[in-house]
Design a protein around this ligand. Structure first.
Ligand code: HEM
Ligand code: HEM
Length: 194
C-alpha cells in the first residue's frame, strides 16, 4: 500500500482523495436535486444542513489534497498527441477550480440569504458575504450551473480514461482504480512530470 506515488501508479493517499471526493461531489449534487423536490419540513432543513456539511468537507479535503500534491509528485502522464495533453491539463485544472467553486458558491449563497451555517452540528461558521437577496438569487443559479458544468467536464474526463483503457490499452485508468495495479510501466516523455 504505497503512501507516495511511483512512476507506474498513484499512491493510496492520492487514490483515496480522488475517489472519496468524486463520490462526495456527485452524491451531494444528486442529493440536492432530490431534496429540492421535497415538501418544506424540518426534515428537509436537516437534510440541507447535511448537504452543506458534506460540501464543506469537500472544501477541506481539497485543501488537504493540494497540500499532499506538493509533497507527492504524480505519476508521469501517459504520452499522447499534443492536443490531447493540452485538453487533459485544461480539464484537470477546471475540475480543481470547480471542486473549490462549488462549495464556495454554496457557502456564499447561504450567507447572502442570511441562513446560519453549522458543520455537522459541531460548530458555527461565519458568513462570507453580507445579507443581499439579489446576490443570493444570482449565486444559487451559479451554484447549480457549476454542478452541470462539472457533469459536462466528466464527459471528456471519463471518456478519456475509458479511451486509454479500451482503445490504447494502457494503464492510465488501471493505476487510478482503488485496487488497480499497472500492468506495464508508462514511459515518461522528456520534461513531463508536473
Ligand atoms: C460538493 C459540493 C456541492 C455540490 C456538488 C452542490 C450541489 C448543489 C446543487 C446541484 C444544488 C441545486 C439543487 C436544485 O436547485 O434543485 C444545490 C443547492 C443548494 N446548495 Fe449546494 N452543493 C455543494 C456544496 C454546498 C455548500 C458547501 C453549501 C453551503 C454551505 C451549499 C448550499 C446549498 C443550498 C442552501 C442549496 C439550496 C438552495 C435552494 O434552492 O434553496 N451547497 N447544491
Ligand atoms: C466528480 C468527479 C471527479 C472529479 C472532480 C475528478 C477530478 C480529477 C482530477 C482533478 C484529476 C487530476 C489529478 C492530478 O493530476 O492531480 C483526476 C485524475 C483522474 N481521474 Fe478523475 N475525477 C472525477 C471522476 C472520475 C471518474 C468517474 C473516473 C473514471 C473513469 C476518473 C478517472 C480519473 C483518472 C484515470 C485519473 C488519472 C489521470 C492521469 O493519470 O493522468 N475520474 N481526476
Amino acid at each position: 500500500m504505497p503512501l507516495r506515488s511511483e512512476a507506474t501508479r498513484w499512491s493510496t493517499v492520492a487514490k483515496t482523495f480522488h475517489w472519496t471526493m468524486a463520490l462526495l461531489i456527485l452524491g451531494n449534487g444528486a442529493f440536492a436535486f432530490w431534496m429540492d423536490g421535497l415538501k418544506p419540513s424540518l426534515n428537509k432543513i436537516n437534510m440541507f444542513a447535511l448537504h452543506k456539511s458534506i460540501g464543506l468537507t469537500v472544501l477541506a479535503l481539497f485543501l488537504l489534497r493540494v497540500l499532499w500534491r506538493f509533497a507527492d509528485r504524480r505519476p508521469p502522464h501517459t504520452p499522447g498527441p499534443r492536443w490531447q495533453m493540452v485538453a487533459m491539463h485544461a480539464v484537470h485544472a477546471l475540475l480543481y477550480v470547480l471542486i473549490v467553486a462549488l462549495p464556495l458558491t454554496g457557502w456564499a449563497f447561504n450567507s447572502a440569504h442570511g441562513y446560519p451555517l453549522q458543520y455537522f452540528r459541531q460548530f458555527n461558521l461565519p458568513a462570507i458575504v453580507g445579507h443581499d437577496e439579489g446576490l443570493a438569487n444570482v449565486l444559487i443559479e451559479v451554484h447549480e450551473y457549476l454542478f452541470w458544468f462539472l457533469l459536462l467536464l466528466l464527459v471528456p474526463h471519463v471518456g478519456g480514461a475509458l479511451k486509454h483503457h479500451i482503445v490504447d490499452r494502457d494503464d492510465t485508468l488501471r493505476r487510478m482504480l482503488p485496487f488497480g495495479r499497472a500492468k506495464r510501466s508508462t514511459p515518461t516523455p522528456p520534461g513531463d512530470s508536473a
